[in-house]
Design a protein around this ligand. Structure first.
Ligand code: FEO
Length: 409
């Protein structure tokens, strides 16, 4: 059965929702699913903007059958070749043998690398600033390398201001009938998952996203609707999501007063200290505090929260004279995603050879960019003692002071 939504008078969402996939890119949990967005323009020529994951191909075909009726698909326009969007290209070309393909040089290279038989079709290679007319609608192409693959571009319909933004401005969570940003409570229900999508998938490429935002800023008055490849279509409050991207892509904390306490605890003693610290922070007026057990929180959630918060407390046991492996993985992921400009506090624990504090500090100082570590470290030997509690108070004071000054700047 077809399932389509109208975006404008002649543009339709023809994508699909996926509640079966448990791990996006086979690594990130998506408990609320994901949508693969594709769009069909019915102009003098019919144009499909991107395809969908292979698992959703049948839905895409039913949607196209329904909307095209007796018409053929004239053009397949590919903005991004990652298989969650590009996997159905060959099937579309088999169904519509006269279909032309518009994309970038690198995208055509990827199509051949993935084994797609494209060379019987007319291939139109485009680059930055080129335009193409489908009848009433003229589009222009803007290259968007590493947002989030090197071949990516975005396409602006200069006739009506629709921006086909590829992965940019996308989000996890299946649409489930809704389509537009004002059909959901984005700030309440979607923001965390949009951030988790951006930070884990595109987070490494902040400078490249900045480049794209700079190009978008030059034509911002012309952009009326943003059609990403995942999540809601933005037709109101474009400034809201652009502002989030501005923060995330410059590694600027969204919440200057946000503190996350991430603990690694084997028998509950480090956990107890982490909770005691959280309570002390709230007593000092720092209410935007969340505590995470690193061992049962998928690292993609920790990364997302680390992009949100200005302050991070790492509380870790020592393990085999090193950093607890799950904390180490979290730190390595932060580094891989280019995270920077945060303030840390360190709580270490070791019943006989306490090493984790020095090692975490060394990692932050030497492996990462522009990270500040507060001097007030707390070193525990097994359980938090009353004598050490005073040190935890000093740490809470230091974090509260730092949060206050971060919030004032
Ligand atoms: Fe949703 Fe980079 O693909």
């Amino acid at each position: 059965m077809h399932s389509v939504r109208k975006v404008t008078d002649d543009l339709y969402w023809v994508g699909a929702n996926d509640h079966r996939l448990t791990l996006f890119e086979n690594i990130h949990p998506i408990p609320q699913g994901v949508s693969y967005n594709a769009y069909l323009l019915k102009d003098e020529q019919t144009v499909l903007f991107d395809t969908v994951d292979w698992s959703a191909c049948r839905q895409l075909l039913e949607n196209l059958d329904y909307l095209l009726g007796d018409r053929q698909l004239d053009v397949l326009l590919i903005n991004h070749m990652e298989p969650d969007h590009g996997a159905s290209i060959e099937e579309i070309l088999l169904r519509y043998p006269k279909c032309k393909v518009i994309s970038t040089e690198k995208a055509f290279m990827f199509m051949r690398q993935f084994g797609f038989d494209i060379d019987e079709h007319e291939l139109i290679e485009v680059s930055e600033g080129d335009t193409y007319c489908f009848g009433a609608h003229t589009v222009t192409f803007v290259s968007a390398p590493m947002v989030h693959w090197p071949e990516a571009m975005v396409t602006l319909d200069v006739t009506n201001g629709v921006l086909f933004s590829a992965d940019a401005f996308g989000s996890f969570i299946a649409l489930d009938g809704k389509l537009f940003n004002d059909e959901v409570n984005f700030d309440r229900d979607w923001l965390d998952e949009a951030r988790r999508y951006y930070t884990n998938i595109v987070g490494k490429y902040g400078p490249q996203v900045q480049l794209l935002l700079g190009k978008a800023a030059a034509v911002l008055d012309k952009i009326k609707i943003i059609c990403p490849l995942h999540g809601p279509v933005w037709h109101t409050e474009l400034g809201y999501i652009i502002d989030k991207y501005q923060h995330w892509s410059t590694y600027t904390p969204e919440d200057s007063d946000g503190v996350m306490v991430v603990y690694a605890s084997m028998y509950g003693n480090t956990e107890s200290a982490a909770q005691a610290l959280a309570a002390k922070l709230v007593e000092r007026g720092v209410n935007n505090v969340r505590v995470y057990d690193v061992s049962n929180t998928h690292v993609s959630y920790l990364i997302s929260e680390t992009f949100r918060c200005s302050h991070i407390v790492l509380a870790s046991v020592t393990y085999n004279l090193g950093i607890y492996p799950v904390i180490k993985n979290y730190l390595e992921d932060m580094k891989a995603l280019n995270l920077q400009n945060r303030t840390f506090a360190i709580v270490e624990n070791g019943s006989w050879a306490c090493k984790s504090g020095d090692l975490m500090q060394k990692f932050l100082d030497e492996e990462m960019k522009n990270m500040t570590v507060l001097n007030e470290r707390v070193s525990l030997s097994s359980a938090l003692s009353s004598e050490k509690e005073a040190e935890l108070d000093f740490m809470a004071d230091a974090i509260a002071d730092s949060v206050k000054s971060a919030s004032e700047t």
